[in-house]
Design a protein around this ligand. Sequence first.
Ligand code: 13P
Length: 255
Amino acid sequence: MRKPFLGGNWKMNTDKASAVALASALADSVGSLTDKVDVAVCPPFVYLDTVSQALAQSSIAVSSQDIYFESNGAFTGEISTDMLKDVGCEYVLVGHSERRHVIGETDELINRKVKAAIAAGLKVIFCVGELLAQREAEQTDEVVKQQIEKGLVGIDAAGAANITIAYEPVWAIGTGLTATPAQAQEVHAMIRNLIAGMYSQDFADQVRIQYGGSAKPANAAELMSQPDVDGLLIGGASLKPEDFTSMIASAAESV
Ligand code: 13P
């Protein structure tokens, strides 16, 4: 049985006061739902420390939105794994579509980041997903397969046990267009099959695969009812504590 896992990706939103207010409101409202659902929030780097402190008494984990693969040195503007652990991060997002397509990160860079995070003892939410043109050209499976195979090069099953995969079709992110539950299920099942081939069926049965892309209270239950959808990675709706909590409740009911 895979415990549902919901992540709230705040992206480049909030300020210090609203980040703390959001984290505190969430901690108050989730209550015992975290017995049934793992929950993490991903604030901007500069608020990680403060948000970690605000969540210290809760079971909500903290994740960064990115990472750098070198451990220290002359890498102006970058943030290392040790720095993230130092401020209470348990998870890191790697390969988010906005980093792939807006910032220009390659599969090779993403692979180095995944390896560095695992080596440092961090858990990774590894994001993949196709562009609209790729879906329209019926290349979804191939694109996602390549992203996973290249992103996980050199990572054995012990390392991969620290990974959650987030399938986020780029055309659904922030657009209000959600993949239908059937579309999400189809890609999630393909991903689980791929992971079974790369590692083992037992391993694939354990790995959690989140869906992301305009997930909201109105569609959370239906998405979570799909057999291979084990969680959600939520952008916009995670900035509203009542919406995020309602989605966590839907995930708890899906168990
Ligand atoms: P939205 O939920 O705002 O579409 O964002 C999804 C996402 O990119 C989460 O990482």
